[in-house]
Design a protein around this ligand. Structure first.
Ligand SMILES: [Zn+2]
Length: 258
């Protein structure tokens, strides 16, 4: 490992209870499962990049105040201190140490802590901003308070190599939402990881070509699944946005992949 190697930390952005049938069509209607919200910190020699910022800390104690009626079907189920800010603190970092926040999309469980990263730049797909900015989207997974935090947001419309060294490459994976993006990460020892976020919330959807109920466009979702399969076949490890089983198997917090 060289001094300039990159480290990847898997961090918790909170936990959400929702119907298992959202992701697993065969599940009973009353089957409620707790899903983790994953955030990934990439400690690149040129800066700290946070891929997704999870849920806002306030929803652990009063979800309805922030999420309104949506809090009835998507129910926070985490301890009051289970959020990405606490997680970053455990690594000895402060929010101001984050240089770049990439949001896979602008649903409330992926950009809820954006407001705390006062020194960061933000990158989001252009289509995602369009949708989130539409008044009709407010409250339907999108909340302006989460993503419109008074700082400039750089938009992308195609692949983007963040530092120009192929170690963090953002790539569009639409379907869950119009502007969903993933990140292909290259680590020296652990190899390639595809951070799929909600282009693949749970592993079972990839294996069985299942389009979850909360998808915006089924055809595009399937096309993105095919792209995820292609990248996996080249040797990448795919990290899902909300997979309870995969979550258990990952190194988390201070225990980094490098
Ligand atoms: Zn989402």
């Amino acid at each position: 490992m060289t001094a300039t190697a990159m480290k990847m930390h898997v961090l918790s952005g909170g936990k959400l209870k929702l119907r298992a049938a959202t992701y697993y069509p065969e599940a009973a209607r009353d089957d409620i499962v707790t899903f983790p919200c994953s955030c990934i910190l990439l400690r690149h020699p040129q800066g700290n990049v946070l891929f997704d910022s999870g849920c806002h800390p306030a929803v652990a104690t009063d979800a309805e105040a922030r999420w309104g009626g949506l809090a009835k079907s998507v129910v926070p189920a985490m301890a009051a201190d289970d959020n990405v800010l606490t997680e970053i603190g455990r690594l000895g970092l402060k929010p101001d140490d984050i240089d770049l926040v990439v949001n896979s999309h602008l649903h409330m469980d992926h950009c809820g802590c954006n407001e705390f990263f006062a020194k960061a730049s933000f990158v989001v797909h252009a289509r995602e901003i369009e949708v989130a900015d539409d008044l009709a989207s407010e409250g339907k997974g999108y909340f302006r308070a989460d993503w419109d935090v008074g700082r400039p947001i750089e938009t992308i419309a195609a692949e983007r190599d963040v530092f120009g060294d192929e170690r963090i490459v953002l790539l569009p994976l639409p379907g869950h939402t119009p502007g969903s993006i993933g990140a292909l990460v290259a680590l020296e020892r652990s190899g390639h990881f595809l951070l799929a976020a909600d282009a693949l919330s749970v592993r079972a959807n990839l294996e069985r070509d299942i389009v979850p109920k909360n998808s915006w466009n089924a055809d595009l979702f399937r096309q993105s699944l095919a792209e995820i399969r292609r990248i996996e076949s080249l040797g990448a490890t795919v990290l899902c946005g909300h997979d309870p089983e995969q979550w258990k198997s990952l190194k988390k917090g201070a225990e980094a992949y490098d």
